[in-house]
Design a protein around this ligand. Sequence first.
Ligand code: TF8
Length: 338
Amino acid sequence: TIFSLLIGLVGCSTSQSKKEGEEKSKDQAQQIVLKAGIGSSLQNSSHGKGLVKFQEIVEKESNGRIRLQIFPDGQLGNDKSMMEALQMGTLDITIPSTAPIANFTKSFMVFDLPYLFPNEEVADRVLDGPAGQDILKTLEDVGMVGLAYWENGFRNITNSKRPINSIDDLKGLKIRTMQNPIHLETFKAWGANPVPMPFNEVFTALEQKVIDGQENPNTLIYDAGFYEAQKYLTLSRHFYTPFVFMISKKTWDKLSPADQELLKKAAVEAGKYQRQINRELSEKYLEEMKKKGIAVNELSTEEKQKFIEKSRTIYAKFENEIGKDRLKKVLDEIAKVQ
Ligand code: TF8
């Protein structure tokens, strides 16, 4: 696969040095195959459906000249290892959660803060606005190019022990978190016993009861089948996780400006579709999971307030790492667009 990409790109650079008038051979030489990997399924996840939409747009807009080869279900690794592959140039495209990006650059950590966005609409506007786009650009310093924000979504807690009605119910529960310091510290502040772990190890860990629970948006809880190993789902909506559609900088730098533009537009357009379908699926899958027997509960406004208060220290604790200016910019923007 990487071989075909290289041929495509080598073809691309040699064709550019040829004289005009050789348009036909140039078209043939510019065949580009991009290899894309994601951690979820193509059939059920909004992530996968969005990537297929991106593929359709790109193949159509390029008249089949740019093609995509998709590896779903974490076949090529987890968010972190796929980002490492982008840095090396052995993988072209991946769409990780923002949280594991903290292992490469701290600029996205502002989005890891608990109870940051009040709803999806505000998240869309801040991410697509100047604050979000500035952060996207920082990826280039670490060998990746961010093309658009997609949506993983508001995260909810599942576990096999008891319903989480109050913050005390979380006490001592072993909850898997993403590999991110803010997520880890937040769950500690809430009295849980957080265990950071890559996504593709979570199902087995739940099944074998190495951990009691995990937290993810409804769409992924369903897609990954976590509900099969869990009894309770609490709609805590404690973090909002964006996905970042990214391409290897090594790949990006070999593309013509016109192809770069084509890919960027396609990522944004497919992202609009992905966000919409994610919101629809989130409701639909919640109903499905109820039918399959998971007990769902909401947090009362009072109890949610306790979660918010207990995690206020997290904002202060990480403001230097995030950067006070960046934090302020995002908070101001949230206040502005509401
Ligand atoms: C996590 C994330 C992941 C996604 C994706 C499927 O819990 O929410 O599920 O980023 O890789 O690790």
